[in-house]
Write a protein that binds this ligand. Structure first.
Ligand code: PMP
Length: 365
């Protein structure tokens, strides 16, 4: 059977070349007589796989040497908890920018540990834009500033990196990591659940500046922080304090190798810009479809759109699936449609989607 076009927001499409490689490695990795899934994480074979994956990610993102790269578990959602536990460091409050459902979840979790100062919120306009730098009411006493550069559900993306005047900037890059070049040195910490642009679910990447790790002792992490929730412990143990998600780590490594073969993040970003522009241009010019997000804040990874009437939604989804276009339903909290066009979703998938949308509009107008 052929592989269909998958627009799922996550777990999302993986490059077919990566899956083919994993398939050929599955039973017998590099003639070692066993699967990566069956290897000790302390074996030289797995440590080699792990280190190569980290180095490739460092190369792809030009991660400076004073940052640790952690391969964690618990999804991006666990980071919502770990961030205040590790980064308050004696302070009582943190700044959060609220641009959508994922920001809100991060805020709700942080409120369990500290005073949360929402420095800007676009909830008033239904999360259809990102605030400008001038609108950020930053508190100079905040322990850190947290934001979501790309809101996966609303399809809202920042078109700038907030200037925080020395306060550590923490970014939930789950749905935009590796989609375009970013200057890592502008951030204190970047984190991303793997299941969009990195690999299978179950792995979460954390990139954190070393000076934020502290000693891991009292005063550095909140009292009562579990060992597994300390960045310092994870960093000191090369993310192998316990058994890491080894197969996900290996698959992430295959994705990084694939990305390098595509020309790296710069080349990928050009394709991503082209894909997104095509789709938004089509939506904007066809009266059957609409996207509510401010032009400058439209996500290049997640493209939500509505049909002229929600009465068409069900038929649209059924016919799309029959045409080999999967997972176009919007998030259950907002409805409508959403096409997630991550790195592994090729330009031909976007072309096929546009052709289908055009045909559907003609047939139903
Ligand atoms: N943040 C963002 C921006 C997300 O898109 C998601 C998942 N879609 C999460 C956090 C939560 O990730 P997880 O399910 O891995 O906890």
């Amino acid at each position: 059977m052929t592989r269909l076009y998958n627009f799922c927001a996550g777990p999302a499409a993986l490059p077919t070349d990566v899956l083919t490689q994993a398939q050929s490695d599955l039973l017998n990795w590099q003639e070692k007589g066993l699967s990566v899934m069956e290897m000790s994480h302390r074996s030289p074979e797995f440590v080699g796989i792990a280190q190569k994956a980290e180095q490739d990610l460092r190369d792809l993102m030009a991660i400076p040497d004073n940052y640790k790269v952690l391969f964690m578990q618990g999804g991006a959602s666990s980071q919502f908890t770990m961030i205040p536990m590790n980064l308050l460091r004696g302070k009582k409050s943190a700044d959060y920018i609220n641009t959508g459902q994922w920001s809100k979840k991060a805020i709700a979790e942080a409120k369990r540990f500290c005073d949360v100062n929402v420095v800007a919120s676009t909830e008033g306009n239904g999360f259809t834009s990102a605030p400008s730098q001038e609108e950020l009411n930053l508190n100079p006493e905040a322990a850190y500033v947290h934001y979501t550069p790309n809101e996966t559900i609303g399809g809202v993306q920042f078109d700038y990196i907030p200037e925080t005047n020395g306060i550590p900037l923490v970014a939930d890059y789950s749905s935009a990591i590796l989609s375009e070049e970013i200057d890592v040195s502008k951030f204190a910490m970047i984190y991303a659940g793997a299941q969009k642009n990195i690999g299978p679910a179950g792995l979460c990447i954390v990139i954190i500046r070393e000076d934020l790790l502290g000693s891991g002792g009292l005063g550095d992490v909140l009292e009562g922080t579990p060992t597994m929730f300390s960045y310092k412990v994870m960093a000191d143990n090369d993310s192998m304090y316990n058994t890491p998600p080894s197969y996900g780590w290996y698959l992430a490594g295959l994705v990084f190798t694939w990305l390098k073969a595509q020309g790296g993040v710069k080349a990928m970003a050009e394709v991503n810009q082209r894909k997104a522009k095509k789709l938004y241009d089509f939506i904007d010019t066809n009266p059957f479809y609409a996207n509510p997000v401010a032009i400058n804040n439209r996500s290049i990874m997640n493209v939500p759109f509505t049909l002229v009437s929600s009465d068409f939604d069900k038929t649209f989804l059924v016919q799309a699936e029959k045409s080999g276009l999967l997972n176009l339903a919007g998030h259950r909290s907002v409805g409508g449609m959403r096409a997630s066009i991550y790195n592994a979703v090729g330009e031909e998938a976007v072309d096929a989607l546009i052709a289908f949308m055009d045909k559907f509009a003609k047939e139903n107008s």
